[in-house]
Write a protein that binds this ligand. Sequence first.
Ligand code: FEO
Length: 395
Amino acid sequence: MRAHAITSHVTYCGVNDREKSKFDGIYELPMGVSYNSYVVSGPDATAIIDGSDAAHANAYIKRLEEILGDRKPDYIIVNHAEPDHTGALPMIRLKWPDIKVVGNAKTFDLLKGFYGITDGLVEVKEGSTISLGGDSVLSFIMTPMIHWPETMMTYFAQDRVLFSGDAFGCFGALDGAVVDDEMDEVERYYPEAERYYACIVAKYGLFVLKAYAKLQNIDIDYICSTHGPTWHSKKADIVELYLRMAGWNSRKGVVIVYGSMYGATSKMAEELAAALVDEGVRNIRVHDVTLTPLSFILADLMRFESLVLISPTYNTDIYPPIETLAHALVERGVQRRKIGLLGSYSWGGQSVKKLQAVLAPLAKDCTILESSPEMKQALIEGPRPAIALLAKDLK
Ligand code: FEO
């Protein structure tokens, strides 16, 4: 990618990563991912906002050199210390040893641990400002837990630009264009925003809402996140999407996820899907847990009101990939969902009972439906009436 002007003072200098197959080693990246970084130029000083993963540090620093020319950057603002945004920081400090690293006390604890960085630091707090000369001023808003404790946002009032860190970010590399205005199909990033949120941010929805409350009195023209497009003409869409997910709001629909060794539980999934259609449900997604990657299942969970897990009993326990999904739900503190459970067994049913135990922490904010039949061997007739009842509860 080339350097890309966003406003008269703000230039995009991020990089695409199309090599990494899984984010956090877990979540697929079919469209890649971008590590967004920006240069803010004032009359007297220049700041870099956010950084890059170490794997792309060479390309990233080359980009910075092109943008900066014979200027030296005065500051690098670390809105988020996670290594996908700070991996290149040691190389930046080698290249420009006088650069000041701007963060808060929690940022510095992380930078010390990850990189041994203990000098050249400028600490900021809520409301602190840094002048780049004239009307060019950066101010700082503490927004912890989006998605680490040190996370903060930087606001550049002169051009009404909010550098929002991971908030309002999404998976998906940038295919040439940076700002949403330059994309006819920016909507293709929305499912990637849902998947990113489901995987990375969902546990911290309350903090997204708190951060949003803090932003109410700020005039924002551009939202520059650490991943994905710069939001301008569509910024209301991405904010609405994030707020919808942060509040665990959803639309009518049922996500059915099954694991199956010999086809019994897949029969239950088919039976339930057909029963749901009979009940008038029009959004139904069926996933084989061993074929659909976890991140796509979690994204569907963000969209729809109901979820059904169907697990065989496996070694007197839950089928392992379904158990992984169940733990992912508990980890995220899923709220405002109906959850149904079905199972199958050959000689002793355990999976539903054990799923109920795993999911028990969600019971205060979700409805765990009682009708939870298990199917013995390949005998669908027994549980069929209970599946029909479950469909009624889910509609
Ligand atoms: Fe993109 Fe939480 O780092």
